[in-house]
Design a binder for this molecule. Structure first.
Ligand code: HEC
Length: 397
């Protein structure tokens, strides 16, 4: 009676590498489509102005990119939402045909790329922290500088990596994607072929730093107002151009100096970001990867603040502990997707609550500062009145 079960298990296990292979092939297809969409978003605007063609070849290339992106999406496994994605690309093709404005086409292309990433759970952010821009500089000098110049200045057909508005249109992930020869055709295998994922993320940061060289760091209160952008995945997936101008420049600087920004990242925000990555991995069938991210979230994000949370709210701490344990058990046992994902979301809600409690809001802090200022002013006024009265009294005497 046991044999059929053992055979079934063995059969399932023997298929596992096949599934894994299929998953990576799908990841590659989705990454290629995302890469083409990012080029449409950035390059189309240089080919058309006010409905007039500025560069016919570049314009045709964008049309071709859209056709290719559609073909790639059609190769991906069908699921609810893919049809909307396909019709979105159809509308993008129509917008290009109508010669809509660069901005309109950029928005459409980026929107489709984000929808694609959500639908196919693309991992667009590194699990480990990003290094400083200088780490990959020797590699950059060795591999990239002969075409891109020592400081990214480029020349001829090679784009200027210091061009702020162009660089603002790419996310860090877009740079990373460019450096994968199985995804992007810009560079040959000889240039990028043997780079591993960490080297590519490090080079993405090196590239991002060129546009903000010699610029002063943004004010610290911006980091408090936009906590999602000083950490992962926000820093890796956000395109600065989509942000209000004050924070756009800040993100440009932050992603070029991630090692300096790390201290601004709230550990609980790091835990939430890693849980988001763990969720993506779990949905994609990568249980081991999800477990690794879960443990990183626990160690790097939650554990350092455990005592602080306890001081603020002991009940919340015990809820958090129970939820971490539950999730760990479920992930280890390979529980069904829906169960694990619901637990992850519960945990993220609890973490967000803990963060709210630990961090007094900026508004609250401001009120406090105002109160001190008003008190000081009142005191100064009182003292000067008292001093004036005393002098008058003395003069009368
Ligand atoms: C043989 C010359 C050459 C080498 C070497 C080279 N690149 Fe490029 N790179 C190019 C060209 C040309 C483009 C533009 C292609 C296009 O837009 O069609 C480009 C595009 C890029 C882009 C996209 C930027 C944009 O504005 O479109 C990035 C990022 C980039 N390269 C980074 C690197 C890095 C990092 C290395 C080293 C690992 C490297 N490149 C090596 C020639 C080169």
């Amino acid at each position: 009676m046991r044999y059929p079960w053992i055979c079934l298990c063995l059969l399932v296990l023997s298929f596992q590498p096949l599934w894994a292979q299929q998953a990576t092939e799908n990841d590659r297809l989705a990454a290629r489509a995302s890469n083409l969409l990012s080029y449409i978003a950035v390059d189309y605007g240089e080919s058309v102005d006010n409905g007039q063609l500025l560069d016919t070849d570049l314009y045709r290339l964008q049309q071709h990119h859209a056709v290719q992106a559609l073909e790639l999406v059609r190769e991906l496994p069908d699921k609810p939402g893919r049809a909307t994605l396909e019709s979105g690309i159809g509308e993008l093709q129509e917008a290009i045909r109508r010669r809509d404005s660069g901005e309109a086409v950029r928005r459409r292309a980026n929107e489709i790329a984000d929808r694609l990433a959500a639908l196919y759970q693309m991992q667009r952010s590194p699990v480990h922290s990003l290094p400083s821009a200088s780490l990959a500089m020797p590699l950059y000098r060795q591999r990239c500088a002969r075409c891109h110049g020592n400081w990214g200045q480029g020349g001829g057909a090679v784009p200027d990596l210091r061009n702020v508005s162009r660089m603002a249109s790419f996310s860090l992930y877009d740079f990373y994607n460019t450096l994968d020869p199985s995804v992007d055709t810009v560079h040959s295998h000889r240039i990028d072929g043997d780079l591993d994922s960490r080297q590519r993320w490090a080079l993405a940061v090196t590239v991002a730093a060129f546009a903000v060289k010699n610029q002063l760091p943004p004010s610290a209160d911006l980091a408090e107002r936009y906590p999602a952008l000083v950490g992962l995945p926000g820093m890796a997936v956000t395109r600065p151009i989509e942000l209000p101008s004050s924070v756009r420049n800040a993100l440009m600087w932050w992603r070029g100096h991630p090692h300096l920004v790390r201290s601004l990242e709230h550990p609980l925000a790091r835990a939430e970001g890693l849980l988001q990555l763990a969720e993506t991995a779990y949905r994609g069938g990568d249980n081991a990867g999800a477990y690794h991210k879960l443990m990183l979230a626990y160690r790097e994000g939650y554990q350092p603040l455990e005592q602080q949370i306890e001081r603020h709210d002991a009940v919340l701490l015990s809820q958090l502990q129970t939820q971490w344990q539950k999730l760990r058990r479920e992930a280890l046992a390979g529980a069904p997707n829906a169960e694990v994902i619901a637990s992850m979301q519960n945990l993220r809600t609890l973490l967000a609550r803990a963060r709210d409690q630990l961090e007094p809001t900026l508004g609250g802090e401001r009120q406090y500062l105002w109160a001190i200022l008003l008190f000081t002013l009142a005191l100064a006024l009182g003292l000067s009145l008292w001093w004036g009265l005393r002098r008058r009294k003395r003069a009368r005497l």
